[in-house]
Design a protein around this ligand. Structure first.
Ligand SMILES: NC(=O)c1ccc[n+]([C@@H]2O[C@H](COP(=O)([O-])OP(=O)(O)OC[C@H]3O[C@@H](n4cnc5c(N)ncnc54)[C@H](O)[C@@H]3O)[C@@H](O)[C@H]2O)c1
Length: 355
């Protein structure tokens, strides 16, 4: 029976991963760690809470995390924990630096001090920055060129994890960069659940600027399966050439090659709710420094690890919208606790206010 330590487990992707893990390995011992920050929601683990050990802890606290490692002795570690909302990072970058950069290093350090079989650091497509005009996509060898406070803090964590990979190769530390995820349990401050929960309350869907920011979208279940595959992959030792060719490091980019604009997503959500998008979408001032377009190439994980996405985008979005319709009590409680979750950037330069 393997012990899994999963951080960020009360967030969107971490919670989905814990649910899937218990389906894939019903006898797995799962230690779910989360400090229940703004996006943390223990209700995401309600249906499995009797089958896991939940630890409320900050991954950036070395003393606390090392003690948890020594207590639970994990075989496998997946670090999903991060502050993840670009808008919030603009208003207060410091907590992002703590969780995404220092937290990544502390987690790697714990896996060095209390060795594990493998450790996956979950990162994002956004560390590569914005695609230049005419460029098709990024790959694992692309330079990190993060430009927002969220993605720059993630890139700082990535650099530290790359340093651990190459300095302590016996650690078996791996990394993933994933496209934008959609699915159940996402906090309604992100585009898709914000759109659904607004419409269901008779409010229009806010779309930043012209809405033509282009993103790469993946179903969260496909992301979880990819992370699990990377965690368990029997990888060759890191070759010396990786020192100058980062594409040779144990880093895997995850995408289903679905490029969609934010406006298109908003229109699909409204259409899935049987309403007219022209009447239910409003364009609002864009947030500052909004990445225009990014995509990644998943060839490496497909060819080396045999992973492939299984969710079709159109039906995946329709199922996701249906999930939020069916789980109204879940998101109403979040809005009751946290208030409205959209942002009004018309006041940028002073402070943004919730819409
Ligand atoms: N959502 C996406 O589309 C997407 C895409 C690619 C990669 N990622 C990455 O996947 C991971 C999970 O993203 P998500 O969308 O589930 O985010 P989320 O904000 O929904 O969840 C993150 C969780 O981490 C917890 N957390 C944050 N800092 C912590 C700390 N210092 N100690 C303990 N817990 C902490 C939060 O409380 C929250 O529950 C992140 O690393 C993110 O960068 C997300």
């Amino acid at each position: 029976m393997s012990v899994y330590l999963v951080t960020g487990a009360a967030g969107f992707i971490g919670a989905n991963y814990v649910h899937h893990l218990l389906e894939w390995e019903p006898d797995a011992q799962v230690v779910a760690v989360d400090y229940i920050g703004f996006a943390g929601n223990l209700a995401n683990l309600d249906s499995v809470i009797d089958r896991i050990t939940f630890e409320k802890a900050d991954i950036a606290d070395l003393e606390v995390m090392e003690a948890l490692y020594r207590q639970h002795r994990p075989d496998y570690v997946v670090n999903f924990a991060a502050e993840s909302h670009n808008d919030r990072a603009i208003l207060g970058p410091s907590s992002f630096m703590r969780s995404n950069a220092l937290g990544a290093q502390v987690m790697a350090e714990c896996s060095r001090l209390v060795p594990v079989r493998s450790h996956v650091h979950v990162s994002t497509i956004e560390v590569y920055g914005e695609l230049a005009e005419g460029d098709k996509w990024f790959t694992e060898g692309s330079p990190l060129n993060a430009k927002t406070p969220y993605s720059a803090a993630k890139a700082a964590g990535d650099q530290m994890v790359r340093a651990y990979m190459q300095t302590y190769p016996e650690m078996n530390i791996r990394m993933t960069h994933c496209a934008n995820n959609y699915g159940a349990f996402q906090l309604p401050e992100k585009l898709i659940p914000l759109a659904v929960t607004n419409v269901l309350r008779g409010k229009k869907v806010p779309v930043y600027g012209d809405g033509l920011q282009s993103r790469d979208w993946l179903h969260v279940a496909d992301h979880c399966a990819a992370v699990h595959r990377v965690l368990h992959a029997d990888l060759d030792p890191i070759p010396a050439a990786a020192a100058t060719e980062p594409g040779l490091l144990p880093i895997f980019d995850i995408s289903a090659r679905w490029e969609v604009t934010n406006l298109d997503i908003a229109r699909r959500v409204v259409t899935a709710l049987d309403l007219n998008p022209d009447e239910w979408i409003e364009h609002i001032p864009d947030r500052p420094n909004h990445d225009r377009r990014y995509l990644i190439n998943p060839d490496k994980i497909e060819s080396q690890l045999g992973w492939a996405p299984t969710h079709d985008f159109a039906s995946g979005i329709a199922e996701t919208v249906a999930w939020y319709v069916e789980h109204r009590a879940w998101w109403e409680q979040i809005i009751a606790d946290k208030g409205e979750l959209g942002f009004d950037w018309s006041q940028v330069g002073t402070a943004a206010t919730p819409r």
